[in-house]
Design a protein around this ligand. Structure first.
Ligand SMILES: Cc1cc2nc3c(=O)[nH]c(=O)nc-3n(C[C@H](O)[C@H](O)[C@H](O)COP(=O)(O)OP(=O)(O)OC[C@H]3O[C@@H](n4cnc5c(N)ncnc54)[C@H](O)[C@@H]3O)c2cc1C
Length: 470
């Protein structure tokens, strides 16, 4: 018998999908409405105690926390384009405690360290929340928790095995969020908040500036030079900074260190945003507790409300282009946005007249262990962290602390973690990367069509601790 998912069995008409997308613009909603000051291009030669490369969350937290540790330090942050323009400004805004891309991944890779990893992740989320308050970060932070939903029988069984949170039966989950396809749910209230991603980045830049960090935009670093005794110098097209320490927070972009070149692949993730719901549309779905939602498929969706009651709906397709390139042209992919619109209408058939206002995509920095790796280079003077694999809104703050611990030469509970001390396996070079990723994606889709059953390839990858996720 051919298996299908609910999105195939209860697909809306092509006309309904086309109409829902007809007025949408290819533009990142979160960045669209943001007014940010322009930071000057780096010109000439500068000196610093710490140079941070990258103006996403990871680099911004590194700069802010470096100033907190040592207010007198001269910190320079160099960003190739605009602050927060990349993943940090275009994500779903789920602020999750997990440092390990979920419990199962963390426990299976680092069983001995897992209790510490879980505690440190919770402390990091609490620290982030306390920073939101104490630094007055105006970023719509809401501690809503996350509601995992099942729409196939095998997913209901998986939910039942989850140890945490409140289990919700079919009627209860539909009373929270009225989708006829939800068969069960589990609401974990403590570990997840929601945030306006673009504002979080912009506010961190504001605070960094107030603390005296010198920020330069349109100042991409093209080279990193060091000698045995002198400072580490980073070069841009128009200038350079010589400093005692450098933190690389360049995420999915071409790494400045050769050793990191095969460690991540950019995987494109697609997102839709609706118009604000009308009062009757909102009444038709409930969602009074405003939780972040995610489903349990391998190719999963995430969805959430904005403060003005739009619905953000993203995920499912994870597209890798051979050659590891990050390119603007990969962001407009009609079929991925149509698939999302179709799945949205299956999930909320009562919103058949919904219109999407924005559609966009972003590159996810996927690593083979599904969470960040950390390293030191140039005799301990250059630190790096990348590979957050779609769960970096909170964990980049933890990675910033790790980089600062290590650059200071401090041994801390964080630096002792095996996750921090050891590197994951790299992805293979092309053409093997593309072939391997396509085979894995095909297998994941097949598993979603076969009650979650994993084929030989997936079971082998599981055993090797290797994989592909977004
Ligand atoms: C569509 C999408 C949805 C997501 N949803 C979620 C979610 O809901 N929850 C979650 O936790 N995570 C999510 N993520 C992941 C999360 O957004 C990232 O893990 C996180 O933003 C990574 O932050 P970063 O600072 O490391 O990287 P980025 O935000 O990518 O910043 C890196 C910066 O470095 C700059 N840079 C690169 N190279 C250089 C150079 N040589 N010189 C100068 N600057 C350089 C880039 O221009 C860029 O601004 C999502 C990601 C995407 C794409």
């Amino acid at each position: 018998m051919k298996h299908s998912t609910v999105f195939e069995r209860e697909a809306p008409s092509v006309a309904a999908v086309t109409a829902s997308l007809a007025g949408s613009r290819q533009s990142v909603f979160w960045l669209d409405e943001l007014e940010q000051p322009v930071h000057p291009v780096l010109q000439g030669q500068a000196r610093a105690d710490l140079t941070v490369v990258g103006g996403g969350y990871c680099g911004l937290w590194t700069a802010v926390l470096a100033k907190r540790r040592n207010p007198g330090a001269r910190v320079v942050l160099l960003e190739a384009e605009r602050i927060g323009w990349a993943a940090s400004g275009r994500n779903g805004g789920f602020v999750e405690a997990s440092l390990t891309h979920g419990e199962e991944n963390g426990r299976s890779r680092w069983p001995d360290d897992y209790p510490a990893l879980e505690r440190l992740g919770r402390e990091n989320l609490a620290g982030l929340e306390s920073d939101v308050v104490s630094l007055s970060l105006n970023c719509d932070f809401e501690r809503t928790g996350v509601l995992s939903v099942a729409y196939e029988p095998h997913q209901v069984a998986w939910l039942a095995e989850m140890p945490e949170g409140v289990a919700l039966g079919e009627a209860e989950v539909q009373a929270e969020v009225a989708s006829p396809i939800f068969k069960a749910g589990r609401w974990v209230k403590d570990d997840t908040a929601l945030v306006h991603p673009g504002r979080l980045a912009a506010e961190l830049a504001r605070v960094a500036g107030d603390l005296g960090v010198e920020i330069h935009e349109h100042s991409g670093v093209i080279g990193l030079e060091s000698s045995r005794t002198g400072p580490v110098t980073v070069r841009t097209a128009k200038g350079s900074v010589a400093s005692e320490r450098v933190a690389l927070a360049t995420n999915v972009f071409r790494p400045l260190l050769k050793r990191s070149r095969l460690m991540t692949v950019p995987v494109y993730d697609y997102v839709l945003m609706t118009e604000p719901l009308t009062a009757s549309q909102k009444a038709a779905i409930g969602w009074h507790n405003r939780q972040g939602l995610a489903d349990l498929a391998n190719q999963f969706h995430y969805f959430r409300l904005t403060p003005d009651d739009r619905i953000l709906y993203g995920g499912y397709d994870a597209i890798y282009h051979a050659g590891r390139k990050v390119k603007a042209e990969y962001e407009d992919r009609r079929s991925s946005h149509e698939t999302l619109a179709s799945h949205f209408l299956t999930t909320f058939p009562q919103l058949e007249d919904i219109r999407f206002s924005h559609r966009w995509a972003g590159a996810i920095d996927t690593s083979t262990q599904f969470c960040a790796f950390h390293g030191l280079a140039r005799r301990g003077r250059v630190a790096y962290a990348a590979g957050f694999t779609g769960l970096g809104v909170a964990s980049t703050r933890f990675a910033a602390e790790v980089m600062l611990d290590r650059l200071a030469g401090e041994s801390t509970e964080r630096t002792q973690l095996e996750m921090v001390r050891k590197k994951p396996l790299p992805f293979p070079p092309e053409p093997f990367a593309k072939a391997g990723i396509e085979a894995t994606k095909w297998s994941l889709d097949r598993a979603d069509h076969r009650e979650g059953r994993r084929n030989l390839l997936l079971r082998t990858l599981d055993r090797l601790g290797l994989g592909f996720d977004s």
